[in-house]
Design a protein around this ligand. Structure first.
Ligand SMILES: [Fe+2]
Length: 186
C-alpha cells in the first residue's frame, strides 16, 4: 500500500538528537561548542551585572543599581534564548562553570568601562557564531541570531552613552547623582 510505504520511509528519515528530540538539521560540532561558550558568557554577564547591582545598592546609587539589575535580568533571558534554541534543535544543553564576578572597583568609570568591554566581547562572540553558521549554511542559526545581534548593538550604544556621561562627570558627586536619577527614570 502506498500510504504504508510512505510512513515507513518517514520513520527511517528522522534523526534524533542526544535529548531524544527529532532533529531536522543537526548542529555542526564546532558551532555547538561555540554556542556553549557563548551561553557561558551570557550567564557570566548575568552574574557580573548582578554583582554591579549590589555594588551600587551598597552606595545608595539606586538609579545605577536598577539599571544593572535590568541588565542582569536581560542577560539571563539571553542565556535562556540560547538554551531554548539548542533544545529546539534537538540538543542537550551543557552548562559550564562560570567564573566568580568582580566585586571591587576603583571608580564608577572603571566599572562602566568593564561593562562596555563585556558587551563588545559578547558582540564578537555573536559575530563568530554568525560567520560559522554562514560558512556551513546553517540558515536557522543565522535567522535566530539576527535580532540578538541587533539588541547587542543597542546594548553597546547604551553603555557607550553612560560611559560618556560618567567620564564627563569626572567623579563630581552632584554630576554622578544627576546620572543616577536619569537612570532611575528608565
Ligand atoms: Fe546578552
Amino acid at each position: 500500500m502506498k500510504m504504508n510505504e510512505n510512513n515507513l520511509k518517514t520513520k527511517k528519515l528522522i534523526n534524533f538528537g542526544p535529548s531524544g528530540r527529532a532533529v531536522a538539521q543537526p548542529i555542526d560540532n564546532n558551532l555547538l561548542d561555540n554556542i556553549f561558550e557563548h551561553l557561558t558568557m551570557e550567564r557570566f554577564a548575568n552574574v557580573q551585572y548582578f554583582s554591579m547591582y549590589l555594588w551600587f545598592q551598597e552606595r545608595d546609587l539606586n538609579g545605577f543599581a536598577s539599571h544593572f539589575l535590568n541588565e542582569s535580568q536581560s542577560e539571563m533571558e539571553h542565556a535562556q534564548k540560547f538554551a531554548d534554541y539548542l533544545i529546539a534543535r534537538g540538543q542537550s544543553v551543557k552548562l559550564d562553570e562560570i567564573p566568580a564576578p568582580i566585586q571591587t572597583w576603583d571608580s564608577i568609570e572603571d566599572l562602566i568601562s568593564y561593562s562596555f568591554n563585556m558587551e563588545a566581547d559578547l558582540t564578537s562572540s555573536l559575530q563568530q557564531l554568525y560567520s560559522i553558521s554562514e560558512r556551513i549554511s546553517d540558515t536557522r542559526t543565522n535567522v535566530f541570531l539576527d535580532p540578538i545581534v541587533e539588541a547587542q548593538t543597542k546594548s553597546e550604544d547604551e553603555f557607550a552613552n553612560i560611559l560618556g556621561k560618567v567620564k564627563f562627570a569626572s567623579n563630581q558627586p552632584s554630576a554622578i547623582l544627576l546620572i543616577d536619577s536619569d537612570l532611575r527614570k528608565k
